[in-house]
Structure formats: C-alpha cells, structure tokens
Design a protein around this ligand. Structure first.
Ligand SMILES: C[S@@+](CC[C@H](N)C(=O)[O-])C[C@H]1O[C@@H](n2cnc3c(N)ncnc32)[C@H](O)[C@@H]1O
Length: 215
C-alpha cells in the first residue's frame, strides 16, 4: 500500500472551497475533476456532497494511486483516470470513460502550474463534456486588471516563473477570452482566502458562431 500524497495547501483550502460549492451546485449530479493532484479535494467534497458522483483525474500517472487511496471507502468516487488535457489520447479516452455529460467540471490550481495551452484545452474539455446546464468551477490565483495584485501573489508568480518559464498566474481576462471561444461565460466570481478566486462559468444562452458569415 503506497502512502498517499499530501498537500498542506489542500488541507487548508478544501473547507473554504466546499462552502461556495454547496451553494452553486445542485443537490446531485456527476462531476469531473481535472488535475486532482493528491486527491484530498475530491475526497473532502465527495464525503460532504453525497448526492454527487465524482470522477477524479490528473495528468500525472503517479496521482492516481494517491487519489484512490484518499477516496477509499467513498462509494461516490470513481477510480481516478489519467487525463492530461494536452494529450489527445487521454482526452479521447476520457470521452469513452465518462459515457455521459457532466453537471460540473472542477479544476483547482492547474492553470498557473502548467503551460498556458492547458487553459484552451480545459475550455475545450468543458465545452465537450458539460451538460447544457453544467458549470465549470475554477479555483486558484488570478491577476485582475481592476484589483491590485497582493504582494503574496506577486511573489508566488515570480517564484512560478523562475521554476518554469511557461508557468505563472494567469490574467483572468485572458482566461475568460478562452472561455468565450467555446461559448462559456463567467457567472460568478467568489473572493476566497489567501487572494484566491473561485470562478463559476456556464454556457452562453446562444453558442458562439462557428466562423464569419458568408457574404
Ligand atoms: C498544484 S497541483 C493542484 C492539485 C489539486 N487540484 C489541488 O488544488 O490541491 C497541479 C496539478 O495539475 C496537474 N497538471 C498539470 N498539467 C496538467 C495537464 N496538462 N493535464 C492535467 N493535469 C495537469 C499536475 O499533475 C498537478 O497534480
């Protein structure tokens, strides 16, 4: 038996994240988690929201055993999948594994610790798999034009970029441009502890046009 991964940050933020989830999610549904990491979030949410079935996943194959260990004994969590949003084969395998649209897609703390291309890939995934009334819930730090960036997030951003030039805290406006390209818009922005945001996105009433109108 392996010892599951442990994230002190996930221990701290799982309860504050659950609060808005309880409010924005309906009583039951199927949720896909992208970038589950250790699995602490999905274990906490699945135990607290028994009407929901969770499908955890992560791009790093080493996460699967940890997620499954954190979720052992929870009957509403499916075995973790390896899902790298940038890898066509694992994205295709997800469609086979899911079998049905999801009512929520939850992704925390991935966009700043992965290349920017993961944002468009995540949005494509949401557009493909969300049910018509489904919601995309994002959690993490973001840069906002009209909100001064906290010293803590500035230092975090510098640290991320020093570790990998492709990483960094993303401007919320850029994330919303990627969302709009697949017909998703921001429904709610919730300020969270430690200068994080919880963002709820939903499908536009009218999907975006596929291309320019012919003359
Ligand atoms: C900081 S951890 C966040 C884990 C968890 N969501 C949390 O908030 O505690 C970032 C996670 O993103 C995953 N990740 C990075 N790039 C990814 C990709 N292209 N597709 C799926 N997961 C990815 C990593 O494997 C890692 O588990």
């Amino acid at each position: 038996m392996i010892s599951p991964l442990h994230s002190p940050a996930a221990d701290r933020n799982k309860a504050p994240i659950l609060e808005p989830l309880r409010r924005v999610l309906p009583a039951s549904g199927l949720a896909l988690e992208v970038a589950s990491g250790s699995g602490q979030h999905v274990a906490h949410f699945a135990a607290a929201l028994p009407g929901w079935t969770w499908q955890p996943s992560d791009g790093d194959a080493r996460s699967s055993a940890s997620i499954d260990a954190w979720c052992s004994g929870l009957t509403n969590v499916r075995p973790a999948l390896r899902l790298d949003v940038l890898d066509e084969a694992s994205v295709a395998a997800l469609a086979v594994a899911l079998r049905e649209p999801v009512d929520a897609l939850y992704c925390a703390n991935m966009l700043h610790i992965s290349p920017w291309a993961t944002c468009a890939a995540l949005m494509q995934l949401a557009a493909r798999h969300l049910a018509p009334q489904g919601q995309l819930v994002l959690y993490g730090p973001y840069l906002e034009a009209d909100v001064p960036t906290s010293p803590g997030n500035l230092a975090f951003d510098a640290d991320l970029r020093a570790r990998d030039a492709a990483w960094g805290i993303r401007p919320l406006a850029d994330v919303l441009v990627q969302a709009a390209r697949v017909g998703l818009h921001l429904r709610e922005r919730v300020a969270m502890p430690a200068n994080n945001l919880l963002l709820v996105l939903a499908r536009d009433a009218c999907p975006p046009m596929a291309g320019p109108l012919s003359p």
